[in-house]
Ligand binder design. Structure first.
Ligand SMILES: Cc1ncc(COP(=O)(O)O)c(C=O)c1O
Length: 411
């Protein structure tokens, strides 16, 4: 908290598209979509108007004993996007809750079947799945975990694939070996498909994920695809999993962040008939009990339906163009010898800064403010995860501002 006195937060007064404006009228390009959520830009007029319309009809109703059209429509549209394979949607209000729900459903569905020894979870090194106790138990970032270590459930952690290390074969072999030895104890593997974002934008291929899906099936371990950060177009397709298979889906797929365009808190756990059917019972103990007050809030669902409208209208085609603009703008930057490992997956570009500077992330962030960019490096990893409004000019603006910020931070 003491650092806030040294680096006071920017008092943001308004937002418009890629820009945020402070109370003095200074502008900042939101290169990280405000923690990766504002995918269609700030104050998107179509979303604002849909929320307003919904607010005048029904701002909230509990999803216990009641339902409402925006949630039903959203669930049906998402199910269709997963080719009907993930036809059941459980609503909540934030990413960590979606992770908790998937872990609980996996464990509970097995308990109902009498598979009581399968009570552990498996995650990858560098994984980030949120900061509630259950989600932290499948996260592998010591900074967030250490203070709470004694409260966390022990999970298995395996080697993560990393496009920079060319180690996907070894990572799959390590997974296979662990599953051969321990599958009787493991309920589910949770994974961030294509990009481990919070762990430092660590990327892997869809081929690796096909290997993971085959192994989890062979050893009867549920697969939870946490698309909270990478879903909703971030990797270039609506689901990151669209790049893996359109017939072989994970057992759970989690969405949050971008699904409401970053306007209201919402998360959704999509799952299969297999999991759903385990809970089809009149017996209360075999029901899945998990409620949050704002679960499936109608305003958030109305916003999410507008996000899906954008995809129905061809947003992914625009994303491939925007991805190319970013790639082109970073070509020269990649040869700057102060940076290494410039890498891209869809609408995410990341790089490492080679020099060691005390408190680099904070210094870079503060300097970026002077060059009209809002950034949030993770250690020495700087990344760009902008709203899907990228033009050639915006890409060049970002790279130019990053270079100036780097000059200042490293001088
Ligand atoms: C992959 C992933 N899972 C879960 C979460 C947690 O989401 P929330 O911050 O909404 O709890 C995050 C947040 O960054 C995330 O990146």
């Amino acid at each position: 908290m003491a650092r806030l006195a040294k680096v006071p937060p920017i008092p943001i007064a308004s937002g418009d598209g890629v820009w945020l404006f402070d109370e003095e009228g200074n502008r900042y390009f939101d290169t990280v979509s405000s923690w990766w959520v504002n995918i269609l830009g700030h104050a998107n007029p179509r979303i604002v108007s849909a929320i307003g319309e919904q607010a005048s009809k029904l701002p909230h109703v509990m999803l216990g004993g009641c339902t409402h059209e925006p949630a039903v429509r959203l669930a049906e549209r998402l199910s269709k996007r997963a080719n009907g394979h993930l036809g059941h949607a459980f609503f909540a209000s934030d990413g960590a809750s979606a992770v908790e729900i998937a872990l609980k459903q996996s464990f509970h569905s097995r308990a109902i079947k009498g598979e009581k020894t399968k009570e552990k979870f498996l995650c990858l090194k560098h994984s980030y799945h949120g900061e509630t106790i259950g989600a932290l138990s499948v996260t592998d970032v010591p900074l967030f975990q250490d203070a709470y270590r004694s409260l966390l459930n022990a999970s298995y952690v395996i080697e993560a694939p990393d496009s920079r290390l060319n180690n996907e074969r070894e990572a799959l072999d390590a997974l296979k070996q662990l599953l051969q030895e321990r599958h009787g104890e493991i309920s589910a593997l949770i994974i961030e498909p294509l990009i481990q974002c919070g762990g430092g934008m660590v990327m892997h291929s869809s081929n690796y994920l096909r290997g993971v899906r085959a192994l989890t099936k062979e050893f009867d371990v549920h697969l939870i695809a946490d698309e909270i950060a990478v879903g909703c177009g971030r990797t270039g397709t609506f689901f990151a999993w669209d790049q893996v298979s359109n017939s072989d889906w994970p057992d759970f797929l989690l969405l949050s962040k971008g699904i409401s365009g970053g306007n209201l808190p919402l998360s959704i756990v999509l799952t299969s008939d297999d999991i759903f059917n385990q809970f089809l019972s009149e017996d209360f103990e075999a029901g899945f009990l998990h409620s949050h007050s704002y679960t499936g809030n109608p305003l958030a669902c109305a916003a999410a339906n507008v996000v899906l409208d954008h995809f129905d209208e061809g947003l992914t085609d625009q994303l491939s163009m925007q991805t190319q603009y970013l790639a082109d703008a970073f070509i020269d930057f990649a040869s700057d010898d102060r940076v290494t490992d410039v890498r891209q997956c869809g609408m995410v570009v990341a790089f490492e800064v080679s020099e060691t500077v005390d408190n680099f992330a904070e210094k870079f962030h503060v300097s970026g403010r002077r060059h009209e960019i809002l950034t949030r490096p993770i250690g020495n990893t700087v990344y760009v995860m902008p709203p899907y409004l990228i033009t050639r000019e915006y890409s060049e603006f970002i790279v130019d501002a990053l270079s100036k910020t780097l000059n200042e931070t490293l001088s």
